[in-house]
Design a protein. Structure first.
Length: 522
């Protein structure tokens, strides 16, 4: 698991630590304990700032294969239950470095908000080491723990704690529990965690007013959204010499959840993670104020005919123009049994949740590129995949359809309408569907339903402020101008046809040029 190149990297990173940290192991016996001891010993051997004494243990930790991180003889609130390899190895290294004094990766406004939490929050985050969404949640909550002694977070490798997984009816990751009760599951980012804490626990946070919060100076352009359209808009406006801010729950947006990308012109193959990292790197080349991991609560007009951005951190600032690039999110079926079984057999990310259904029968709803790609991914994990498509034919690219038809464990049903998802004892057991040609209703036994039926624009917070169509898409003209002076929109949240990365980048660039033209004409 730990080759020399990784150990050399840890040694290099640890040189930036300003204080030592200590691993403390749980007490007891476990068949994985020796492997964990070896894992921690090798990491500790890379630096005199990382301490580990295998003979010492703490019986208060949840299991013999749990360990906590301490600094200055105090608990950080960070616990790992299991051996954090795979995607969670980065979570461990960041926890070591940040507990050791390295800069946190949270926006200053978020940090101030978290520090004000005034009641105990004990998070447990169930993960799969193959899940690429899980580290974002673990790393955010670990940072919360470092900021506030009232907060703790335990990463739990679901593969090693099957009894807990079954007892909690967990069938999807990340699954976050708060003070022993389900809190969030599926794709979660820092902004969503903060929003949910504020919505469900209004007495948890000390009130923060815009008068108390540190404010940005007035911006020429504020881009809301950090996907391909938003990043392109930010770079183009910054290159024009404008004062630019970008507000995003995460840089990369939906792209960050995409696996292989083969249609980005001039790049034969990349991944969503790599492209998102390149977005972040490119943004840093310019004088752009990046407000990541925060969300916009409201937009309002100012007396001087500019606009004010109100953030969920309590911050607010004025801007001369706005570019809306908030993208879209997975569309839901809207049938009985879907909402109540999310995380218990209803899922939207085959890469994250597919491993939970190894050797079982599953369904994929949707015959577009996303649906057929999901079916192909799942076919290598599960026993059998049935694809359900409402239309008379599949919408996916022919090359993907051909690959799916070559698989012995993929069946494709067209002209079918999903009616209901059934569950027993908190777990999905079957799907009910209608054959549209005959009207016959059938039921198929299975263990999971992966919904891949397209996207819904993230436009709720601007409805009533700018015009949207009946699908929720922001209405724009050929210059990306909305119906309100000085507000532009681009990418998947708009009426522009064809939701593609290449198109979103072009639309973001166009919106930026339109905003620049608008500003110089004022």
């Amino acid at each position: 698991m730990l080759d020399q190149s990784l150990l050399d990297a840890i040694k290099s990173y640890s040189e930036k630590m300003t204080r030592p940290i200590t691993f403390v192991l749980g007490a007891g016996e476990h068949d994985k304990r020796e492997e964990l001891v070896d894992f921690l010993s090798k990491i500790a051997a890379t630096s005199d700032k990382i301490n580990f004494e295998a003979s010492a243990s703490d019986a208060s930790l949840p299991s013999p294969i749990s360990f906590k991180i301490m600094t200055n003889d105090s608990d950080t609130g960070i616990v790992f239950s299991g051996i954090p390899g795979g995607h969670e190895f980065t979570s461990l290294i960041l926890a070591i470095l940040q507990a050791g004094g390295s800069e946190l990766k949270l926006d200053e406004g978020i940090q101030k908000l978290v520090k004000r939490i005034n009641k105990p929050l004990e998070f447990q985050t169930y993960v799969s080491l193959s899940c690429h969404n899980c580290p974002d949640v673990v790393q955010a909550l670990n940072q919360f723990a470092l900021l506030n002694d009232n907060i703790s977070n335990e990463m739990i490798d679901g593969a090693l704690f099957q009894e807990q997984v079954e007892a909690n009816n967990i069938q999807g990751v990340p699954a976050v529990f708060l003070n022993g009760k389900p809190f969030m599951n599926g794709k979660v980012d820092t902004a969503k965690i903060i929003d949910k804490l504020q919505n469900e626990y209004p007495d948890l946070l000390s009130e923060v007013s815009e008068d108390d919060a540190e404010q940005l100076e007035q911006q020429d352009v504020t881009i809301i959204g950090g996907g391909p359209a938003g990043v392109a808009a930010a770079i183009y406006t910054a290159r024009k010499g404008l004062k630019v801010a970008i507000v995003a729950d995460r840089i990369g947006g939906q792209v960050k959840d995409t696996q292989d990308i083969e249609n980005l012109i001039s790049v034969p193959l990349t991944t969503g993670g790599e492209l998102s990292a390149n977005f972040d790197k490119h943004l840093k080349e310019y004088d752009i104020t990046v407000k990541e991991h925060v969300s916009v609560k409201e937009l309002s007009e100012t007396p001087d005919e500019n606009y004010r951005i109100h953030l969920n951190t309590g911050e607010g600032f004025d801007t001369r123009s706005i570019i809306l690039a908030t993208g879209a999110q997975w569309r839901k079926l809207g049938v009985p049994g879907e909402e109540e079984n999310i995380g218990n057999g209803v899922a939207y990310c085959p890469h994250c949740d597919g491993p939970f259904f190894k050797g079982k029968d599953v369904a994929v709803i949707g015959g577009g590129n996303s649906g057929i790609e999901a079916a192909l991914d799942l076919a290598g994990i599960v026993k059998h995949v049935t694809v359900f498509e409402f239309a008379d034919s599949l919408k996916a690219d022919q090359v993907l359809i051909n690959k799916a038809k070559e698989k012995d464990n993929i069946d494709i049903l067209t002209s079918v309408a999903t009616q209901e998802i059934k569950a027993t004892d908190g777990k999905v057991t079957s799907i009910v569907y209608e054959e549209r040609d005959t009207g016959e209703v059938k039921e198929l036994d299975l263990s999971a339903v992966f919904v891949q039926i397209g996207l819904v624009p993230n436009s709720e917070f601007v409805k009533g402020f700018v015009d949207v169509n009946r699908f929720g898409e922001i209405e724009i003209d050929e210059r990306c101008q909305t119906d309100r002076k000085g507000i532009f929109a681009c990418g998947d949240v708009t009426t522009v046809p064809f939701k593609q990365i290449n198109i979103a980048m072009g639309e973001g660039s166009k919106a930026a040029l339109s905003a620049f033209e608008y500003l110089v004409m004022q």
